[in-house]
Design a protein around this ligand. Structure first.
Ligand code: BGP
Length: 467
């Protein structure tokens, strides 16, 4: 039983800077691309902003104390790059460093391990305007930013994560077109994802050469890819979808190489491959991670591509009649199982996804420890007499935790589990309606109220400690 062999299994929850901090222009912070995107009139995708969000920038101590009171011993949060280096490349802002120093110290004071993500979608605006992740200069800037953070906090952070979900980020940026820069051209997506992975690898190399204690990983959203029909055409579609969503990130982060089949496929789609520089290969090999941060929400069901242009659509509205849809020309199409339960945003409630992806990763990348860095479900919660009876969230979390335990029993090396999210916060695609928190935030008064799921989770963690 891994819970026993590892001294401390991490049980906690997670947030990201833009989604919860607010304080968008305080203490010398520069603009991020999300500040600008959400303030712009053109943003019909999500016309709500994170200016105040959950006010975590000022209330982090309350939030961390509540985590500790709920028996959580780990908190994953991200650093806002624009607070540390306001224009992305220039002077370091001491007030930004001071803020995160206080957050980290508060974690330690409450017995909560801080797990720090360096980049969770919010890019300093000047870098974004300069081409963002399509420009290699962003890679250089990230390397320097990472080094500033390692030097400032390396003594008190044991778990670092370079970047969050390169797959989902670039899918939304360049596929679905609902994150800035809001375009729909997968060939540009491959360019951006390559540079994000290169930035991550360079940061890992810096981390090691700096002699910092602790471990460094990358956070990947990975999915078991399944089909409702078992025939050769469906197996081919699943293999391609696995390259498209999972292996284009995980093979690089863990083994240090891109799958050849993947490179051939994107080249045959007309992608300009000149972003690959010969010297990068050695960087990818040197910059492989110590552990994989794994975000698990659901599985992906696919069927063979038949006809039509590439088309990726997300259900942003939470209208149950609208579904996510993915057609990738020449690769695969998304399929839907009509018999399974979904949340209002069309996300399938399928706990076995946790077991299936963990076992798959165990077999594909032996010897790679995993921390579940996000797992959770979005709903429109209702308050009844000041309480939130979110049984649906308890059922979801319990189901996924049970499947994680089953995977651990079957030899998967899982070292921690973090719920998305610690408190209610901004959803990239749906503002404040879609809530994931263990703790409710009233976005008018900013008052915090633990939900039933918070109490369930506290009791679950307490029971684990008694095993
Ligand atoms: C992950 C992100 C998180 C969080 C979560 C829920 O992809 O890492 O930042 O937002 O998904 O997503 P959403 O709010 O779009 O439902």
């Amino acid at each position: 039983d891994q819970n026993r062999t590892h001294e401390k299994f991490l049980w906690g929850s997670a947030t990201a800077a833009y989604q919860c901090e607010g304080g968008w222009d305080e203490d010398g912070k520069g603009l991020s691309n999300w500040d600008v995107f959400c303030h712009s009139d053109d943003n019909d995708v999500n016309p709500v902003d994170g200016d105040v969000a959950s006010d975590h920038y000022h209330r982090y101590e309350d939030d961390i104390r509540m985590m500790a009171e709920g028996n959580q011993n780990a908190y994953r949060f991200s650093i806002s790059w624009s607070r540390i280096i306001p224009d992305g490349t220039g002077a370091v802002e001491q007030r930004g460093l001071d803020h995160y120093r206080k957050v980290i110290e508060t974690c330690h004071r409450y017995g909560v391990e801080p797990l720090v993500t360096l980049y969770h979608y919010d890019l300093p605006q000047p870098l974004f305007e300069n081409g963002g992740w399509e420009n290699r200069e962003t890679v250089d800037a990230f390397e320097r930013y990472a080094e500033v953070c390692f030097d400032a906090f390396g003594d008190s952070v044991t778990h670092w994560m370079t970047v969050n979900e390169p797959n989902y980020e670039t899918l939304c940026e360049y596929g679905i077109g609902n994150y800035p820069p809001n375009v729909r051209d997968l060939r540009r997506r491959w360019h951006a994802i390559y540079n994000i992975l290169l930035a991550s690898a360079r940061a890992v190399v810096r981390f090691r050469s700096g002699g910092h204690a602790g471990q460094i990983g990358l956070v990947s959203d990975s999915y078991p890819i399944e089909s409702l029909v078992d025939d050769e055409a469906h197996r081919d579609a699943a293999r391609l979808a696995d390259l498209f969503f999972n292996r284009c990130v995980n093979d690089v982060a863990i083994d240090g190489t891109f799958p050849v089949e993947f490179l051939d496929k994107i080249e045959s789609d007309g992608t300009d491959m000149s972003f690959i520089h010969r010297d990068d290969a050695a960087v990818f090999l040197d910059g492989t991670i110590d552990y994989l941060g794994l975000n698990v929400y659901d599985r992906i069901l696919v069927k063979p591509y038949t006809t039509g242009e590439t088309n990726l659509r997300a259900n942003n509205t939470g209208d149950a009649t609208s579904t996510n849809q993915i057609i990738v020309k020449g690769w695969f199409e998304h399929d839907v199982d009509p018999t399974t339960e979904k949340n209002p945003w069309g996300m399938e409630i399928y706990p076995q996804a946790m077991y299936d992806i963990l076992v798959e990763l165990r077999d594909r990348y032996p010897g790679t420890p995993v921390i579940i860095t996000e797992n959770g479900v979005g709903y429109r919660d209702v308050v009844v007499d000041g309480e939130v009876h979110d049984d649906y969230r308890i059922d979801y979390l319990r189901g996924f935790v049970e499947q994680m335990q089953r995977a651990i029993d079957d030899g998967c090396d899982v070292r921690g589990y973090l719920v998305w999210s610690t408190i209610d916060l901004y959803s990239w695609i749906n503002g404040y309606e879609k809530r994931y928190g263990l703790v409710r935030v009233d976005f008018d008064t900013l008052a915090r109220t633990p939900k039933d799921s918070y109490h369930w989770y506290a009791a679950h963690i307490a029971a684990q400690k008694e095993i």
